[in-house]
Design a protein around this ligand. Structure first.
Ligand code: FAQ
Length: 336
């Protein structure tokens, strides 16, 4: 059922004349800023678009734990370890809220997980890059969470109620994550020469992959037009990328670091920074599974799923016994 719905996920926008009466009423509700709730009628393609985006978002939160989890045992102080642990736990929580939001659309978490493991669903490209030094953990919080918030704050106003509500809490937590990342970067950038070099190196490696998080340029975006007509997405990919650059460029200056993009320059006329696009060939190669860590990340998720089978089996067996006990108790009471 889910795969069938996903297959109907074409990207064209219907003109009002081509819409059925039901679709017109639905579109009018969206245009009026109403929230769509799980039991409301919705076009199959709207449902599929949401399952794809929310599922991909949930997978990103879960896979996103891996590059940071890599540093929990190596955090430089007890305090930093406690903060990083809390952050990674938050990401797990975000994944769970999002899987729960997707489940309201009629797809189970197990189905979404299976699709991820089969390579039929994606997660954010950024998590296919390695975290090589402690400064990378700062850069992940500062740049990756920074980009995530830029994209997610508008999603609090997305048209699907359960997704919009999940985003409210997620955004609050992401904003703490971004600050902790920037705090690490400040410490490193104001530290000794070796620490400054590590901070610069982290920025050099993370800058362009962070810009990729917003998706391909609008002209190559397959879903934007339809997604924005349904107010699933509120902004285009390029608009949010520009906002991120405008927000981050002064922060780079504040840290006395150098952006790896030599063309980054304030443009008075457009009241924004000019910047170089990331290498889109690299982006699409990462999406196809050929990034530096794709195999490692997916391998870790599949292993965790397989290693956890006995826990799921145990819980299911317990649930079955409980259900049988409840039925037997009911039958006994009926007999008496
Ligand atoms: N990576 O037509 P569009 C986080 C795919 S959460 C991989 O423009 P759309 C928290 C796209 O799926 C980060 N794939 O797509 C954290 C489509 O392929 P498909 C995740 C990408 O959906 C921090 C194709 O390219 N955030 O970081 C990417 O309209 C730190 C064409 O693209 C969300 O998921 C990409 N970067 O716009 C955790 C937010 N970009 O599916 C731990 C919600 C595009 O047809 C540590 N999602 N693709 O096979 C969105 O806002 C949107 O889905 C976009 C993409 C903007 C990401």
């Amino acid at each position: 059922m889910y795969a069938q719905v996903l297959d109907q996920n074409d990207s064209g926008v219907k003109s009002r004349e081509d819409m059925s009466e039901q679709e017109q009423i639905f579109q009018a509700r969206i245009d009026a800023g109403e929230k769509i709730e799980p039991k409301d009628w919705m076009p199959d393609a709207y449902r599929a678009m949401l399952i794809r985006q929310i599922g991909q978002h949930a997978h990103s939160e879960i896979v996103g734990q891996l590059p940071e989890g890599n540093w929990i045992t190596r955090a430089p102080t007890l305090e930093r370890k406690a903060i990083l642990l809390a952050k990674v736990q938050d990401e797990a929580g975000h994944g769970l809220y999002l899987y729960a939001a997707a489940e309201t659309l009629g797809v189970s978490r197990d189905q979404l997980t299976e699709m991820l493991h089969q390579g039929r669903m994606k997660y954010s490209s950024i998590f296919n890059y390695p975290t090589l030094t402690w400064a990378d953990i700062g850069a992940v919080g500062w740049l990756v969470d920074g980009a995530a918030i830029m994209n997610q704050v508008p999603l609090q106003r997305t048209s699907y109620g359960p997704y919009a509500r999940a985003m409210v809490r997620i955004c609050k937590e992401e904003s703490f994550h971004q600050r902790q990342g920037f705090a690490i970067m400040m410490k490193m950038a104001n530290g000794n020469d070796a620490q400054r070099r590590m901070a610069q190196d982290a920025l050099d490696r993370m800058w362009f992959p962070s810009l990729m998080m917003f998706g391909p340029p609008d002209k190559d975006s397959t879903h934007s037009t339809r997604s924005m007509a349904w107010r699933i997405k509120i902004n285009g990919n390029d608009e949010l990328r520009q906002k991120f650059v405008d927000q981050t460029a002064p922060q780079i200056e504040f840290l006395s670091l150098t952006c790896p993009d030599n063309n980054l320059k304030w443009n008075e006329e457009k009241q924004g920074y000019d910047y170089t696009d990331p290498d889109w060939k690299e982006f699409f190669a990462v999406l196809k599974g050929n990034g530096p860590c794709n195999k490692e990340r997916l391998g870790a998720r599949v292993k965790a799923w397989e290693d956890g089978a006995w826990v799921r089996d145990g819980l299911m067996a317990h649930a079955r016994k409980n259900a049988a006990r409840t039925v037997a108790k009911g039958e006994n009471e009926n007999v008496q």
